[in-house]
Design a protein around this ligand. Structure first.
Ligand SMILES: *[C@@H]1O[C@H](CO)[C@@H](O)[C@H](O)[C@H]1NC(C)=O
Ligand SMILES: *[C@@H]1O[C@H](CO)[C@@H](O)[C@H](O)[C@H]1NC(C)=O
Ligand SMILES: *[C@@H]1O[C@H](CO)[C@@H](O)[C@H](O)[C@H]1NC(C)=O
Ligand SMILES: *[C@@H]1O[C@H](CO)[C@@H](O)[C@H](O)[C@H]1NC(C)=O
Ligand SMILES: *[C@@H]1O[C@H](CO)[C@@H](O)[C@H](O)[C@H]1NC(C)=O
Ligand SMILES: *[C@@H]1O[C@H](CO)[C@@H](O)[C@H](O)[C@H]1NC(C)=O
Ligand SMILES: [Zn+2]
Ligand SMILES: [Zn+2]
Length: 602
């Protein structure tokens, strides 16, 4: 899945276990392998001698490795692929080597090595051949993030924000009533989900019709889903829509990832068909507007959102923008803001006088979207457009909700994009009333702070958790209570059910949904004002009991909640809340210190 990381990962697991001499031998061997496609005998011996088996790869995470070694190797390997391309090494030859390495070392399972890697390599080759300034270190700054290179050395663009007016007009008179918004995200609908099939399949996604029947009945996939690597059966989607419909909501936000994790067998045709089917189903299920956001799983191959200048059918993302446009146009026939869907999958709609929604395609910040190395400046001009729309909304006295898939402070969201986005948030904070995201499948929220006064929290973004259990979660959705004075979220509740319990009664045709919690009640808050939530996060850092609750809710009491959350786990949860820009550790360090000062010697 990680393209060029294949070599790096292999080399590193080996390097960790062996001495310098053998390491050199392995490095030479790999280089030879890379150039000839032949696996040197001595390399096999070294691997065998050190008893390196596939479990090493399973336990491996980049975070555990020495970042200096990882980075150097990544640079070297990326550079060697670039130079091999430059001397016109046939694509098929290079591709075979990469795929073979992937399989030999079980970096991914065979079907992922064949099915996903192939199309992703095509993208990488195109970028290397046609990109203006594509170097090994630039690619590695995307792949490995700030631990490898300062991303700002390769991506340091800015967008201009206009000065703030003296007063912001509120032409629109707001009401005293409330609206309710349903947030349903990361559905990952799996048409091939098969109850009774193998949940311990050893592939990226299990419970597939072509993975056989398990020997042990404990390993069989349930009727409503499975905590192990499984996505959402159609039956569960239908049950969810039935239940959510009765909640009487005014709007539905769907923040991306409709396509399942069967990442090895996506195609433009099958993705497009499923996207349209599910979007239609949602629109038919609710009498109210449904706003769809694009996730990283929507394109083929996954993650790859091409710049508009890329118009070869095999690489372009236009088909996806067309599908989204068809759906949203059916919902909002008169909306001019929808025109931007064709220009990169983002759009804006005035939902009612004074209340606007802006839908971003922030896969434009996702560092696993390798096109970022090709077009390294505000992809699609999206942030410049965001500023334009916000300026207009400000002039018109509107309040705005912003929807996107990837939380902007996430570890795979380009630091440059996140920094500029945060700048925009700071500038337009009176106009922006809410932000809603997905992607992490975790119930969590994010705080943004005043850039010139870091003690002051100014904005909150809510993550919608996920309908998919992938992995270890109970399926869930959220309902927000939003006031019509300033369209801020007053409170939200989350609905879920116990999957283990539901699967015990396969003959029942519904599940026992229950309200897991409401945010304000559970955490004792009088409002969701950012300043108050900012104070709450500091209390959270001081109180292990609360942190335990937070972590269990993160999985909606799924099997992930049964695992011990140690100090590092709590600190990671806290840092995730307060980090708005990749590479900016100020708030993370601050909150970790509060945790450490209040939770004994660590
Ligand atoms: C990025 O740009 C900013 C302002 O334009 C500058 O202050 C900063 O030094 C640059 N960073 C790098 C790493 O070049
Ligand atoms: C390519 O990138 C390097 C490193 O960021 C930079 O020094 C150089 O000026 C860039 N060249 C072009 C043509 O953009
Ligand atoms: C594809 O893009 C290239 C370069 O941007 C342009 O010259 C060409 O006319 C485009 N072709 C089509 C069919 O739009
Ligand atoms: C940030 O703090 C400064 C100084 O206190 C203030 O002038 C500014 O309005 C604040 N910005 C936001 C977005 O609240
Ligand atoms: C879910 O249901 C199972 C089976 O009834 C039960 O053992 C488990 O404790 C329940 N989990 C939670 C979090 O209530
Ligand atoms: C920690 O949070 C729990 C749960 O809300 C609460 O009962 C307890 O009083 C808190 N402890 C402290 C020291 O504030
Ligand atoms: Zn997802
Ligand atoms: Zn995602």
């Amino acid at each position: 899945m990680k393209g060029l990381l294949l070599f790096t990962i292999f080399s590193l697991c080996v390097f960790q276990k062996i001495g310098a001499d053998d390491a050199q031998l392995l490095k030479d061997g790999l280089t030879q392998f890379l150039h000839t496609g032949l696996f040197p005998e001595y390399l096999k011996d070294v691997s065998k001698y050190h008893q390196i088996d596939s479990s090493v790869f399973e336990q491996l995470s980049i975070g555990n490795l020495s970042s200096v070694v990882t980075c150097t190797l990544c640079d070297e390997l990326a550079n060697s692929i670039i130079s091999l391309k430059k001397i016109h090494t046939p694509d098929i030859f290079l591709k075979n080597i990469i795929t073979k390495t992937c399989k030999t070392f079980k970096v991914e399972d065979d079907r992922v090595c064949n099915g996903l890697l192939g199309p992703i390599i095509d993208v990488i080759f195109y970028i290397i051949e046609n990109g203006k300034n594509v170097t090994g270190p630039k690619l590695c700054s995307l792949l490995l993030g700030p631990t490898c290179h300062n991303q700002f050395d390769y991506f340091n663009w800015t967008v201009d924000v206009p000065p703030k007016p003296e007063v912001i007009p509120r032409k629109v008179i707001s009401g005293d009533d409330k609206i309710r918004i349903l947030h349903l995200t990361d559905m990952h609908i799996d048409p091939r989900y098969t109850p009774g099939s193998n949940a311990v399949c050893g592939e990226t996604l299990c419970c597939q019709d072509d993975q056989g029947i398990p020997e042990n009945s404990e390993d069989a996939c349930g009727v409503w889903g499975d905590y192990r690597s499984a996505d959402t059966p159609m039956k569960l989607l239908e049950e969810t829509l039935r239940h959510a419909k009765a909640q009487n909501v005014d709007y539905v936000y769907s923040t991306g990832d409709i396509i399942p994790h069967r990442v090895w067998s996506t195609s433009r045709e099958s993705n497009s068909e499923l996207e349209l089917e599910i979007m239609d189903l949602l629109r038919d299920s609710f009498d109210v507007p449904v706003l769809f956001v694009l996730g990283n799983h929507e394109p083929h191959p996954m993650n790859m959102y091409a710049p508009l200048s890329i118009n070869q059918t095999s690489l372009s993302t236009k088909w996806l923008y067309d599908a989204l446009r068809t759906e949203e146009l059916a919902e909002f026939p008169d909306e001019r803001g929808l025109g931007k869907i064709e220009a990169g999958g983002f759009y804006t709609v005035l939902l009612r006088p004074g209340f606007r929604v802006i839908v971003l395609n922030n896969n434009a910040c996702y560092t696993e979207n390798y096109w970022l190395a090709y077009e390294d400046y505000d992809l699609y001009g999206q942030l410049a457009w965001l500023i334009e729309v916000l300026s207009k909304a400000e002039q018109d006295g509107e309040y705005v909700h912003i929807l996107y898939h990837i939380p902007t402070g996430y570890k795979s969201c380009l630091g440059t994009w996140a920094r500029e986005y945060n700048k925009i948030l700071n500038r337009f904070t009176e106009t922006i009333s809410g932000q809603f995201s997905g992607h992490t499948h975790a119930d969590e929220f994010f705080l943004y702070y005043n850039i010139s006064n870091p003690a002051e929290a100014i904005q909150i973004a809510f993550n919608g958790a996920s309908l998919s259990t992938y992995v270890e979660n109970n399926p869930s959705y959220k309902i927000y209570d939003v006031n019509t004075r300033n369209y801020r979220v007053d409170d939200f509740e989350e609905w879920t059910f116990n999957l283990t319990d539901a699967n015990l009664y396969p003959e029942k045709n519904s599940v026992d949904w229950y309200k897991l919690y409401s945010f304000r009640e559970t955490y004792g808050l009088s409002s969701l004002d950012p300043i108050e939530v900012g104070r709450f996060v500091e209390d959270l850092a001081k109180n292990k009991t609360l942190l335990e609750i937070y972590n269990k809710i993160k999985f909606r009491m799924g099997t992930g909640a049964d695992k011990v959350c140690d100090d590092d786990c709590h600190k990671a949860n806290l840092c995730s809340i307060v980090t708005a820009e990749l590479g900016d550790t100020f708030h993370c360090e601050r909150i970790k210190k509060i945790y450490e000062d209040n939770n004994g010697k660590l």
